[in-house]
Write a protein that binds this ligand. Structure first.
Ligand code: HEC
Length: 107
């Protein structure tokens, strides 16, 4: 019985650690590659963001205007309007994580 509890606690701890490492890497990529324009909080209140007339990235995850992660992946891969594509700079896995992070409201 005790062993089972310990094993369950271990499994839980390992999966929690994995989840937070994942979130951290998406956040780190966002900070490095996206925040120059979109700002750390995604609101676009940066010099470049204001020049480009960026709107709040939270709109992507707002109820009623949910952009599916696949669309965000495409935007990040190929770019959109004045936004450059990142397919040469990020791996597919990184783009996927990043899209999930953006769709979740930068969480
Ligand atoms: C050089 C500045 C710049 C950088 C760097 C940049 N973006 Fe953008 N982004 C833009 C612009 C400009 C738009 C608006 C494009 C349009 O609608 O014409 C945009 C639009 C978007 C949209 C669509 C928003 C919507 O409401 O439809 C998403 C999602 C997005 N960017 C995510 C990212 C992510 C993730 C990164 C980092 C990998 C990133 N961007 C890096 C400039 C940038």
């Amino acid at each position: 019985m005790m062993r089972r509890v310990i094993r369950m606690a271990l499994v839980l701890a390992v999966s929690l650690a994995a989840a937070s490492a994942r979130a951290e890497s998406a956040a780190a990529i966002f900070e490095k590659k996206c925040a120059t324009c979109h700002g750390k909080d995604g609101k676009g209140h940066t010099k470049l963001g204001e020049k480009l007339g960026l709107t709040d990235l939270a709109a992507v995850s707002a109820p009623g205007r949910a952009t599916p992660a696949a669309d965000v992946e495409k935007i990040v891969r190929d770019g959109k309007g004045k936004m450059p594509g990142f397919k040469d700079k990020l791996s597919d896995a990184e783009i996927k994580e990043l899209a999930a992070y953006v769709v979740a409201g930068l969480k």
